[in-house]
Structures are given as structure tokens and as C-alpha cells.
Design a protein around this ligand. Sequence first.
Ligand code: AMP
Ligand code: ZN
Length: 460
Amino acid sequence: MPAPLTLYDNYTRSLRPFQPLATGEVGLYTCGPTVYDDQHIGNYRTFMFEDWLKRVLTWNGHAVRHVMNITDVGHLTSDADTGEDKMEKGARRTGRTAWEIAALYTDAFLADLALLRIELPTVLCRATDHIAEQIAFIADIERNGYTYQTADGVYFDTSRQADYGYLARLDKAGLEAGQRVAVGDKRNPTDFALWKLSPPGSQRQMEWDSPWGRGFPGWHIECSAMAQKYLGDYFDIHCGGEDHIPVHHTNEIAQTEARVGTRLANFWMHGYFLLSSDAKMAKSAGEFLRLTALVERGYDPLAFRYLCLTGHYRSQLNFTFEALDAAATGLARMRQGFHALEATTDAPDPALLERFTAEINDDLNLPRALAVAWETLRSERPAGVRRATLAAFDRVLGLGLADWTPAAVDVPPAIVALADARAAARAARDFIAADRLRGELHAAGWDMEDQAGGYRLKPR
Ligand code: AMP
Ligand code: ZN
């Protein structure tokens, strides 16, 4: 009897058995990247947690409709609705337009997802493509009496909702009493912008007409509006990083409650932070660890995926290069172990599948699921059974075990001789000979890549 799937819901602060709201597809919304710069590796810890959640749902036989937004407008440098729009700031930093950097960093994000084997969402939607939906959403909230207008925009009146802040267990009275920062024209410190007006006399790169004047949407409204459009008023699971609990998700819930009376999603799940004593983990700090920086240092991006598998998503994880080295070694051993097993027509071992399922269904206990994978590799079962079992596990783990090809370990000596001759010709700056030898290697079915201090051979 397979273990039923249990997930931790931050709204009720409890582990709950997961039951889809409707037969058919499970609706999953995950907050996407703000595309004013590259993502840092901490962001990818959260995106991988969401990828594992989706794979676990699929493992349990659910079809998943996954929606992710791209925040390309409205995310201000301060969560208190002050400061600059991160996109306009990013545009100034790079000397490009806000539209150009949105396209540039969306592409960079998608390239990183592929490197980490994070599956694409069913719907990837840009905030700037859904301005009309956001305006309609705000108009509905206004009609229901939850808004007020100030000199700089339309705000949500959080005092109108008795349970405002329930997700974060916010202490509203304490916030009022301890309030040290100026709230401007806001009536309550927790009130937030739904629509911000363009500053008088200045033109923003991204602005739109609305019933309240020319301006741009607040950050929170995009997720409420796009989630509603693609998943309906109440869907199964909403995710993001833990930093979204007190403000962004709290406000998404407030908006949806004000519009239709639901709390948007049945489960609210959050990935806890990747921290680092070695490197800054905040994009706003300007200097932070990118995935490409790991690749430039010679790491396989999947070593970072493996590292994140070793910590439970509801605990913070400390990033160090020593931990990444250990993960790279673990991944290399698992790959080599997998490839040493002969592929047969054997089926996976049912008892191991059941144990693996019990771990992943226990609120995504991936560290323990990884331990079951190691036990499988080292077990006494026939090689073909072990290989088939590991290949099945990898549908969830996503390490791409079957797609990995061992580094050129079995390169025939004649090919090594050709490659050495080419390296020598290149070192002697005899580029004509070097090119000829590269052509010969190519014709023999091998590609040669120059690397610092040597070369690498890859079968074509
Ligand atoms: P952003 O691009 O800033 O909107 O963030 C994208 C996602 O990464 C959001 O779900 C954030 O909550 C999450 N996030 C931000 N910083 C970290 C971190 N250090 N560790 C894990 N997740 C993070
Ligand atoms: Zn969001």
C-alpha cells in the first residue's frame, strides 16, 4: 500500500494529506523571477524545490498544470512600496531599456533552468502581458470597498480585513504600535500599493493608462491576477520562497479574498533560504553568486542540484564550496555507479520503490529519498534491477543519470595520440597542422575542446 502524499501547508501550519481539489489537473502556481538581473543560486534552490514538488505530484499520478510568472514590472526596491522599480533601476545600471533587460534576463533564467534540469511550467506568463487583467482585478477590489487613493496611487486598506496577515500570523496591533517608519499617505503600515501613478512630470519606460491615471501595477497584484486567470479563484498549491510569507503572499491572499472571498490556494508552501557565509545571496547587493560562476569554476550545475537534495526544503541550507565539492563527488560516484550497471529489461524493485515513495510523500523528504537511492546502488539486487530502480527514482530526483555519458574514459589510444599531436602543434603555434589534426579527429568521430592546461575529448 503506497504511502499517501502529505505536504506541509504554511496557512494552517500543519502537515496535511494532499487531495486535489478537482479530478483532472492539480493547479500549481509558483512565484517566478524578477528579471532585472541574473538569478542567484539561492533563487534556484527555491525553483528546484518547486520542481521536485511537481515531480512528486506527477510520481503520485497527478497531472499538474503549473503556472509561473515573470515579474518584469512593479517590483520596487523596498517592500514598503517606496523606492525605485527594480526594472527601471536595472535599465539604468546596464544602459539598456527596461524592456531589453527583461528579455535578456528572462532568457538567462530559462538557460539556467535547462542547466539545472528544472522542468518548464505549463504556462510562463509575463506581468507586462497582463496589465488589463490586473486593472480589472483592482477595479473589482475597489468596487468591493477595499481601496483608497492617495497622491501616488491606489492602495489596499488592510484594516478592512479582520484576518489580514493570517498566513504570516502577523501581529497587526504590534506593527501599528512599533511603527517607526513613515507610511506617507498610507492609512495603515501594512497597506500596500495596487496601482502606482507615474511621478508627475516624468515618464517611466514602463507605464500604462488606467482608470486611476497613468502608472504601473503593484508587485502583488500580478500574481493574484495571473493565478486567477490561468488556475481559477481557488486552486491546489501556491509556492514561493520563505521571504514571501509576510508580505507578498499575505497580500496576494488579501487581494483575492477581497475580490472573490477565497484564500487563493488550498496549500501554501515555501522553500527556505540558501544562506552563505562565502558569498552574498541577495541580488540587491549587486554582487552575488550566479549559476554561471559555478560553471566557470568548473562545477557541473547538477552538483548544485545534488547539494540542494541533501537538505530538506523546510530548513535553511548553508552554501559553502566545501559542501559543493562533496556534492560534486557524490554526484560523480552516483553517475559512475549507475553506468557500471548493465541495462536489462528488468523492472524496478517494488519494495525499494515503496520505500522511496514513503520518503518523498513524507513532505518531500528528499535527503532520505537520496539515501534510498544510495542503498539501492549498493544493494545485492541484480544489476539490471538496481539500474531500473535508480532510473525510476531519477524521474523525481532529476539528476539526469541516464543522460550522462562517462568522460572520455575509453578513448582509443590512436585518438589520444592525435589529440596530443594537435595540442603540441597548437602549443608550437602551428595552427595549420593543429586545424588539420582537429579535422582528422572530427572525421574519426571525436571533438576536442581546449581547456585551461589541457583538453577534453568528447565523442560526437
Ligand atoms: P525574486 O527573483 O527576487 O522575485 O526571487 C525568486 C524566488 O527566489 C522567490 O521565490 C524568492 O522567494 C526566492 N529566494 C530569494 N532569495 C532566496 C534565497 N537566498 N534562498 C532561497 N530562495 C530565495
Ligand atoms: Zn508572486
